[in-house]
Design a protein. Structure first.
Ligand SMILES: C[S@@+](CC[C@H](N)C(=O)[O-])C[C@H]1O[C@@H](n2cnc3c(N)ncnc32)[C@H](O)[C@@H]1O
Length: 294
């Protein structure tokens, strides 16, 4: 249950639960446009199988819409952060305090040393909190604040230039920790959602988008790619969830492939500002779709 999960009071200020990481494709800027599409009446479970930074989950929790949340995705480092925030927020805060000192003292030397931890033997058995603090620290100090990995799954983002990086936002982490209590959080590909979701549940899917052009493909959230085959499989999962009696909402780019894959369903458009692409002329407002089966 998420009854008390939506906020926490810090020195008289109420801090709303919100993403604790910046994430490519984060949906924070679209929540107001999405509002008319969210179910009005309570659902059973809430499933977000491409959770990313969880902008939609944090936005919806706390309003009594669902009793249990099931958050998943393929990026194991990211899921480690969720688990550490949910289960060990005090230890995580202490670990981030360590990075705050080091960052002030060492700058680039500390950044690149921490970034290299995932290349070391034994990294896979590193304790959860140390891993999570690493990812949050790198996310707050890396170039553009966007996590990206190479084909071996190693973080490869250069250091960003920040005068005072927001490495530790204790209020934000504690609000997120409360929101996540009771949530089931797993590393899993999107197809696993079919095993758990059923009649009366609400599933929100925010996959890596179909690229607008052949060169505009930011697809490196994790070592696995997400191409046309995966988009087609996701459309099949969408249709299967519909047959199972779930409510399903899906975000994607406004492209002929997406419109063809979901032509049997309701398709709405929203307007998003996108600046993932490094070519300046490709920044600006773009039309995106929201597919709904209700
Ligand atoms: C567009 S982002 C989600 C952004 C999120 N809605 C937010 O607000 O931050 C897509 C996410 O899907 C994850 N992903 C990629 N392939 C996946 C797969 N096969 N199954 C599940 N998740 C996947 C990526 O790691 C990435 O975090």
């Amino acid at each position: 249950m998420h009854t008390a999960g939506e906020s926490m009071v810090d020195g008289g200020r109420t801090i709303l639960a919100a993403p604790f990481l910046k994430w490519a494709g984060g949906k924070g800027q679209l929540l107001a446009q999405y509002e008319p599409f969210f179910p009005r009446e309570p659902v059973c479970g809430y499933f977000e199988p491409f959770v990313g930074s969880g902008a939609v989950f944090f936005h919806l929790q706390g309003r009594g819409l669902f009793e249990r949340a099931y958050l998943s995705e393929v990026n194991a480092e990211l899921i480690t952060c969720y688990l550490a925030v949910r289960d060990a927020v005090d230890d995580l805060i202490a670990a981030l305090q360590g990075h705050e000192c080091d960052h002030a003292e060492h700058g680039a030397a500390h950044y690149y040393a921490v970034r290299a931890w995932d290349r070391a033997p034994g990294w896979a058995s590193t304790p959860l909190v140390r891993r999570a603090a690493r990812m949050i620290y790198l996310n707050k100090t890396c170039y553009n604040g966007l996590w990206r990995v190479n084909s071996r799954g190693h973080c490869n983002v250069p250091m960003g230039r920040y005068r005072r990086p927001d490495i530790l936002n204790e209020g934000r982490l504690r609000a997120a920790a409360r929101a996540l209590q009771g949530a089931e959080i797993t590393v899993a590909g999107f197809e696993r959602v079919l095993e758990r979701a059923g009649r009366g549940d609400f599933v929100y899917c925010d996959p890596p988008y179909v690229p607008l052009s052949a060169t505009a493909n930011f697809t490196s959230y994790s070592a696995a790619s997400f191409g046309e085959d995966e988009q087609r499989r996701l459309a099949e999962v969408f249709a299967a969830l519909d047959r199972q009696g779930c409510r399903v909402m899906l975000s994607n780019s406004d492209t002929p492939l997406v419109r063809a894959l979901y032509r049997a369903f309701r398709i709405e458009t929203v307007s998003a500002r996108r600046n993932i692409n490094s070519a300046r002329h490709k920044r600006g407002a773009v039309s995106e779709v929201v597919v709904l089966n209700y």
